[in-house]
Design a protein around this ligand. Structure first.
Ligand code: BTN
Length: 323
């Protein structure tokens, strides 16, 4: 029922409750009863007396059949898809799905996370039905060493996906934040398990703010695709399919050639190339100029003592030398 109502609203126009009810063979009250919990969970439903309901163009609920139908044929069977209405964290669920079972490529997506994980132990704000929360399980051989740079590749793939979906001006902040209009739009969290010297498995967690308009719990500048005001795609099923197919391509190249194959493209998208920055790791702070990235994905930092290569992990980058 809810999916049917949202399908009728997907044109971005106002529809009266009465008309919607007529089309679905239910009462006006039943329409409201179906939409109300969604609105309470923060889904962007615009309700105007005398006009009815409206949702942003393309703001549909997640649907694994729609995602799979939007994938190019060779990728239809590449992953096992798992969709949840609510989960603690898609990364945690991905790890549970492969624990004690065959490691196989799978994707976990959710409408809501109750304990979304960010980098450096932070929380990732994950309200219902508004954003993308997805985790891709990828078996890898050659040990954890070979995975240096992968999180940067995922960030770059996100930028390329967003451009293909009609969003201009997305930039990268080392190691893997995606910025739009100088604010954080998306983040990447890689978690590696298994034998770190041989066959391992990497869970590639990606969060993208899509429809979110307000969230007072986020303590840093953030934005969403909707907030940007650009006229790109907002359909989360389509966005997932475009990202998944680009990620599959990027993984093939990364496994063959490593980060070096992406180094120049990554640097072209670097928001802070040649800027003065601080690299913060716990209570340690390094200051210097951002010279770009090495062929392994480390940050090239020009300090007073010379050039250093800083590797990712639990560090964060800030603009300017003063704290
Ligand atoms: C960051 O702090 O920038 C990384 C955020 C990563 C969030 C995503 S949302 C899907 C996946 N599941 C999680 O619990 N975290 C990642």
């Amino acid at each position: 029922m809810l999916h049917a109502i949202l399908a009728l609203l997907a044109d971005g126009q106002f529809h009266s409750g009465e008309k919607l009810g007529e089309q679905l063979g239910v009462s006006r009250a039943a329409v409201w009863k179906a939409l109300q919990p969604l609105e309470e969970q923060g889904f962007p439903i615009h309700r105007v007396r005398g006009k009815g309901y409206r949702i942003p163009l393309g703001a549909v609920l997640l649907d694994s059949a729609a995602i799979q139908a939007a994938l190019p044929p060779p990728l239809e069977a590449r992953w096992e898809w798992h969709l949840y209405q609510q989960i603690d964290s898609t990364n945690a669920q991905a790890q549970r799905l492969i624990a004690g079972a065959d490691v196989r490529p799978l994707v976990v997506v959710a409408e809501q996370q109750t304990a979304g994980r960010g980098r450096r132990g932070r929380q990732w704000s994950s309200p219902f039905g508004q954003n993308l929360y997805m985790s891709f399980v990828e078996p890898v051989s050659g040990g954890a060493q070979g995975l240096e740079g992968l999180s940067l590749v995922v960030g770059l793939t996100l930028i390329q996906t967003l451009e293909a979906c009609g969003y201009q001006g997305c930039r990268l902040k080392w190691p893997n934040d995606v910025l739009l209009d100088g604010a954080k739009l998306a983040g990447v969290l890689l978690e590696i398990s298994g034998d770190l010297t041989a066959d391992a498995v990497v869970v590639i967690g990606v969060g993208v703010n899509v429809l979110m308009e307000a969230d007072s719990s986020i303590d840093q500048g953030w934005t969403s695709l909707r907030r940007s005001g650009q006229k790109g795609l907002l359909d989360r099923n389509q966005l997932i399919a475009v990202f998944a197919s680009r990620l599959a391509e990027a993984l093939v190249l990364f496994k063959q050639a490593g980060f070096e194959a992406f180094q120049a493209q990554w640097q072209n998208c670097d928001a802070w190339l040649n800027a003065d920055v601080r690299v913060i790791s716990g209570s340690n702070v390094l200051v210097g100029r951002n010279l770009g990235v090495t062929a392994q994905g480390s940050l090239r930092l020009l300090t007073d003592e010379g050039e250093l290569a800083v590797s990712g992990g639990e560090v964060s980058l800030r603009l300017g030398h003063a704290s």
